[in-house]
Ligand binder design. Structure first.
Ligand SMILES: *[C@@H]1O[C@H](CO)[C@@H](O)[C@H](O)[C@H]1NC(C)=O
Ligand SMILES: *[C@@H]1O[C@H](CO)[C@@H](O)[C@H](O)[C@H]1NC(C)=O
Length: 316
C-alpha cells in the first residue's frame, strides 16, 4: 500500500500534472479577481460621479431655496437678475402693462442653451400662470413658454464680452454642433420650484439619465477656447426661469403689509406650485447656439438668431 502511494507521488508525470493544475488554478483565480476588480472600479466610479452630480445639484438647490429667507424679497426694492441687471432697468410699465426694455447687446451675447420643447413647457407654464397671475396684477413677467431653456455656457456674455467676426461665429456654431452630436438626450425630473430673493421663479431640475450638465459644460468649454473664463452659473445647475416678479402682490389683504407675512405669502404660492408640478418629467434633445442681439433676448422675446442642434448620441 505504502509502496503504491510512494510510487504515485514519485511518478514524475503526476508531479508535473499537479504543478500544472495548481498554477492554472492560481492563474485563473487571479484572473477572475482582476476581472471583478476592474468591473467594480469602472461601474462604481461612474456610479459615484453621477451620484455626486445629483448630490451637488441638490445641495445647490437647497442653498438657492434659502436665498429668499436669507436676503428677503429684494425685488420689492430694485432687485437684480441673476445676470446682475437691475429689474427696473429691464422692464417698464407701458399703458398699464409690463413691457421689457430691450437694449442692444454689443457685441451680441452668444449663449448655448438646452431647449425644453413645448410638449413639456406648456403644461408647466399653465400652472405657473394659474397660481401667480391672480395675485400679481401687472407686476409679473412670464417667460415665453415657447422659449423655456436651460442656460449652459456662454461664448460671450455682457460681463466679459468677446467680440467675434462672422467667420468666428460660424466656427463656434460648428464646434457646438460637433459637441451636440456626442451628447445623449437628457431625461430630467423637476426637483423643485424656488423663488429667488431677486424675484425670479426658477424650475430646478435633476438628471435621471443622459449626459450630465457638468460634462456638457466641460465639452463646450473645450470646444470654445475663447469663451469667458468666468461663466454665469454653477457647472452643475440645470434650471429654467418660469417668471419674474417685479413688485409686491396685489395689496388687498392688509396682512401682507409687513415683510414677514409677505415672505410667508410667497412661500405659500411657491409651495402650491410645487405641489402641482414637482416631479414633472421631460426629455431634452436639442442644444441651441443663440446669438442674442438684445440683452436677455431669450428671456424677453428680444432679437436673436438661433441655431438648433439635435443631441446625437444614440442611447447606450
Ligand atoms: C414667444 O416665442 C415665440 C417663438 O420665438 C414667438 O413666435 C412668439 O411671438 C413669442 N411670444 C411673445 C408674446 O413674444
Ligand atoms: C407681521 O404680522 C404678524 C401678524 O399679522 C405678526 O405676528 C408679526 O410679528 C408681524 N411682523 C412684523 C415684523 O411686524
Amino acid at each position: 500500500m505504502r509502496g503504491r502511494i510512494g510510487s504515485w507521488w514519485s511518478h514524475p508525470k503526476t508531479v508535473a500534472l499537479l504543478i500544472w493544475l495548481i498554477s492554472a488554478f492560481i492563474f485563473f483565480s487571479l484572473f477572475l479577481m482582476a476581472l471583478r476588480n476592474s468591473s467594480d472600479t469602472t461601474s462604481s466610479s461612474s456610479f459615484d460621479s453621477s451620484i455626486s452630480n445629483v448630490d451637488r445639484r441638490s445641495k445647490l438647490y437647497d442653498k438657492m431655496a434659502r436665498d429668499l429667507d436669507e436676503h428677503g424679497a429684494s425685488f420689492l426694492k430694485h432687485g437684480e437678475t441673476s445676470q446682475s441687471l437691475s429689474l427696473s432697468d429691464v422692464f417698464t410699465l407701458k399703458d398699464g402693462s409690463v413691457t421689457p426694455v430691450l437694449k442692444p447687446a454689443n457685441p451680441p451675447v452668444r449663449a448655448n442653451v438646452l431647449y425644453l420643447s413645448t410638449e413639456f413647457s406648456m403644461p408647466i407654464a399653465e400652472k405657473v400662470q394659474d397660481i401667480f397671475n391672480p395675485h400679481f396684477d401687472k407686476a409679473i413677467w412670464f417667460q415665453n413658454s415657447s422659449m423655456y431653456h436651460f442656460s449652459m455656457f456662454h461664448a460671450s456674455h455682457h460681463i466679459s464680452p468677446i467680440p467675434a467676426s462672422k467667420q468666428e461665429v460660424e466656427a463656434e456654431a460648428a464646434a457646438v454642433q460637433a459637441v451636440a452630436r456626442t451628447l445623449c438626450p437628457l431625461n430630467i425630473v423637476l426637483d423643485r420650484v424656488i423663488l429667488t430673493s431677486t424675484g425670479v421663479l426658477l424650475g430646478c431640475w435633476q438628471v435621471a439619465s443622459g449626459t450630465d450638465p457638468i460634462t456638457i459644460r466641460a465639452k463646450l468649454r473645450n470646444a470654445l477656447p475663447h469663451a469667458p473664463e468666468k461663466q454665469l452659473y454653477d457647472a452643475a445647475i440645470l434650471h429654467t426661469s418660469f417668471a419674474r416678479l417685479l413688485g409686491p402682490p396685489k395689496a388687498s389683504p392688509t396682512e401682507l403689509h409687513n415683510a414677514s407675512n409677505q415672505l410667508q405669502f410667497f412661500h405659500e404660492l411657491v409651495n402650491r406650485l410645487n405641489s402641482q408640478i414637482r416631479g414633472s418629467k421631460a426629455e431634452v434633445s436639442e442644444l441651441w447656439y443663440v446669438e442674442e442681439y438684445d440683452v436677455l433676448a431669450l428671456a424677453l422675446n428680444g432679437r436673436m438668431n438661433v441655431r438648433k442642434f439635435k443631441l446625437g448620441c444614440s442611447r447606450a
